[in-house]
Design a protein around this ligand. Structure first.
Ligand code: SF4
Length: 383
């Protein structure tokens, strides 16, 4: 039963399949009736994906943290001469990926706007190498902010650059860099990063080239509720124009070591509400992802009751995620796939292994074929 009567017309629209309005979005962010909000989101999520909750065996790498964009929420970026600067050679990136073995389905790499590493000369051969070594592994590379940087650097249109990246094996673009689309927010927080129109355009062009993608929203700093709602509606309209987004991922601000530290941590209630509202507003997105690295595993389990149907990936790494670890996350670097299945099944859902584009696999699926030299080094060392 809905306790807040303001939710009744929204429930009616959801039952009729009518997209929610800006006013509905604000009502959802403001309702004190969190339980009904969660119930509505859970109902909508189960209409889409039933009891399935997805996870991926993947390898996550931040290949460079060199960046001069100077976003004020960022704790990750370093200058080239900084002692903490990390800039991997292509050989190092391949070696990191192969440490994982061969039984994984996604390589996820994002990095800074590094003037040396973020170039086609570095990436195209590396992508072809990955595809030759690990043809079953999907390449989930870059954010659209990085692709915009690449395009400007090489003086190519989005169409031209995405055509080259697709031909070299790009399967999926990661969802970062969206932050909050409102010009007011971007001018204050990330003035040197791609603007909203271009962020969306990169994704729309990518989708037309057969490259899938995800989308995000950074919440918990200076944004207003109106700006959050507008952000969600802009994503929904973009998906309408050029379908290809698979998942939406709410990104909670982390305050350690950046210029917005005074905003502190988001609350668990804020986090849960974000999952539910995004599930309800984004009627044309198939998946809402609770990213354990950011939210922690227990909040992610709770998020499954509030509209999320994905928990991201194992990461298969001991030290590679730097973005959220620089900003204070208490999460580790790796979750075993058996643990994912236990966490999902413990709260009444069915754990489903996937790749970046949501093709599904049996839990014990393994690739066929030869094992590349160096594969499984980390695993062998750990035994
Ligand atoms: S958020 Fe990304 S673009 Fe902004 S400073 Fe950090 S690494 Fe650079």
């Amino acid at each position: 039963m809905v306790m807040d009567s303001a939710l009744l017309p929204i429930e009616h629209k959801l039952d009729e399949g009518i997209p929610l309005s800006r006013e509905d979005g604000l009502t959802l962010f403001r309702t004190p009736d969190l339980h009904s909000l969660g119930r509505l989101a859970k109902t909508v999520k189960e209409r889409k994906s039933g009891k399935n909750v997805y996870y991926v065996l993947n390898r996550y790498i931040n290949s460079t943290n060199v960046c001069y964009a100077n976003c004020s929420f960022c704790s990750f970026a370093k200058g080239e001469k900084d002692a903490e600067a990390v800039r991997m050679s292509a050989d190092e990136v391949v070696a990191k990926a192969l440490e994982t073995g061969t039984n994984f389905n996604q390589i996820h790499i994002v990095g800074g706007h590094d003037p040396r590493q973020l170039s086609l000369d570095y990436w195209l051969p590396l992508m072809r190498r990955f595809k030759a070594l690990l043809p079953h592994v999907q390449l989930s590379l870059f954010t659209s902010a990085e692709i915009d940087y690449l395009a400007r650097r090489h003086r190519l249109t989005y169409d031209e650059i995405l055509s080259q990246l697709r031909a070299a094996g790009l399967d999926n673009i990661n969802g970062g860099g969206a932050e909050i689309f409102a010009p007011r927010f971007r001018a204050l927080v990330c003035p040197n990063k791609v603007d909203a129109a271009h962020w969306l355009e990169v994704h729309e062009v990518a989708h037309r080239h057969g490259v899938a993608s995800n989308a995000t929203m950074l919440y918990g700093t200076i944004e207003t509720l109106e700006e959050r709602v507008e952000h969600l509606i802009m994503l929904r309209e973009s998906q309408q124009r050029s379908p290809g987004f698979n998942a939406f991922i709410p990104l909670a601000f982390h305050p350690d070591g950046n210029k917005l530290s005074h905003h502190g941590w988001t609350s668990g209630l804020d986090d849960i509400r974000l999952f539910a509202v995004s599930r309800l507003m984004l009627n044309n997105f198939d998946h809402i992802k609770a990213y354990w690295m950011i939210q922690g595993l227990k909040v992610c389990q709770l998020a499954l009751e509030f509209g999320a149907d994905d928990m991201d990936g194992t990461h298969g790494s001991t030290d590679e995620e730097r973005i959220y670890h620089s900003a204070g996350t208490q999460s580790g670097q790796y979750v075993d796939d058996r643990e994912f299945r236990r966490l999902i099944e413990e709260v009444g859902y069915v754990a489903v292994r996937r790749n970046s584009t949501y093709e599904t696999f049996a839990p014990d699926w393994e690739p066929e074929g030869r094992v590349p030299a160096g594969a499984g080094a980390a695993r062998a060392a750990a035994v």
